[in-house]
Design a protein around this ligand. Sequence first.
Ligand SMILES: [Zn+2]
Length: 185
Amino acid sequence: MMVREVEINGRKIVYSLQRKKVKNINLRIKPDLSVNVSANKTVSTSYIDKFVVSKGDFILNALNKFSNIQKTIVEPLYTTKEFSEIILKNFNKVADKFAQKRIAKPTLKMRKMKSRWGSCNYTDKVITLSTHLIYCTEEQIYYVIVHEFSHLIVPNHSKDFYSVVSELCPDYKEIKKELNKIIIR
Ligand SMILES: [Zn+2]
């Protein structure tokens, strides 16, 4: 593998070049902000440089997109003890609010969930929260709990559902947007 550098709009872009049995040139930008090019060995490096420069807008857009996401790749925010306390505190707080709506307190379970922050089993009255919430702010944790509790009233993600959510969590749209940016490795 070779590392090369080109300038795009005055910005130095480093890319890795791999010689492979590909047709012409393949360009790939990864979420770790690396720019990877594979090219057939018959293609000259100066031609490849020019090719990369010609894809300048695409590369810069992709890098910007990924670096916005990158910013929110996070470290655990709490010790395990603090985390359990925050989960319980918010779970109980939300349970109290739903008790006023005559919703009985569901069972709380925690487990590692890869693609979701939480889930709600409407039939068994069980709310499962992802241990990955340890990467989230308390506001985000609160939202996830409100979200799952709201499923005890409205099982789907309809307008009615979000009106229940917004009653307890008026800023849910913003919070949801931030949550979606978090990538757990
Ligand atoms: Zn949901």
